[in-house]
Write a protein that binds this ligand. Sequence first.
Ligand SMILES: [Zn+2]
Length: 351
Amino acid sequence: MTNRTRASPGLLERLAAGPVICAEGYLFELERRGYIQAGAFVPEVVLEHPEKVYELHREFVHAGSDVVEAFTYYGHREKLRVIGKEELLEPLNRNALSIAAEVADESGTLLAGNICNTNIWVPEDKDTHKAARAMFEEQVGWAVDAGVDMIIGETFCWTDEALVALDVIQASGKPSVITFALDADGLHDGDDAVTASKKLADAGADVVGLNCSRGPATMLPVVRDIRAAVDCHVAALPVPYRTTPEHKTFQLLEDTSCGCTPGTGSFPTALDPFVCNRYEMGEFAKEMYSAGVNYLGICCGAGPHHIRSMAEALGRRPPASRYSPDMSKHAYQGTNDNISDYYKKLGEMYR
Ligand SMILES: [Zn+2]
């Protein structure tokens, strides 16, 4: 147990006052940096290279994230069983929470516990529901011990699994954020996103919405519909990839101009040609916020530059804005008085 003092203002007060930004996507970013293995995607990095997790939390906060999400995504019992390291379950969770708590406390941001799809859920098998509940309970228990300000349950593909997660979070007394990861057609149980979100809202979730799987273009219209259907706060945390009506999720994107990627598609390690630029993520944030969606962020693929752009689009100036672009000082393209006319002239070839 910790004696951590709850962050003030809390999640609900902040949402009442304006947008809340939550950077996600730790798995993808630390995989790119060489500290997580794609495939299993288990965050062993919190034990093996904790300094890298501190660093990324700090970079996201520097860029404008209001939430430090403990890196326990896929740090659950099923995943640790798959990699044969179940004994690491509790130390991994406690370490992730204590790293995130330190960064949240030093920056005055919100500390979030995190649970997600269990990968054991089978709709018609009640034993798996009990086992999933037990997995949620142990992780939420460690989060409560760490004194979290809120708990995020994310990337659910079955409404009923999300409802169990919500029930466990509610029993902890912490504010809840529940987000679904949509396939091309909706959820695995046949619910569409609006129906699923309504069920969660009716069950008392504080924030409902979508994260992961879809890029801005294919997430935005669905979140608008969710906004119109529920009374609670709504979340939108897309992946920063250019999904399309034909390829609605990032799992379906395929780079046909490259013949050397393993497997058939570009997911998850060859999505680079589809990355949205920072301005696209800023536009997404602005458009969603003006539609009444006030819990905003980015999932797998997010970089700090995306988060800063979102923050600035929402009228913020996070510390990283000190380094936001100023092309007036560019060697060739700049307009600064100290740049010679000769170089300015050369710069015309760039325009
Ligand atoms: Zn994601």
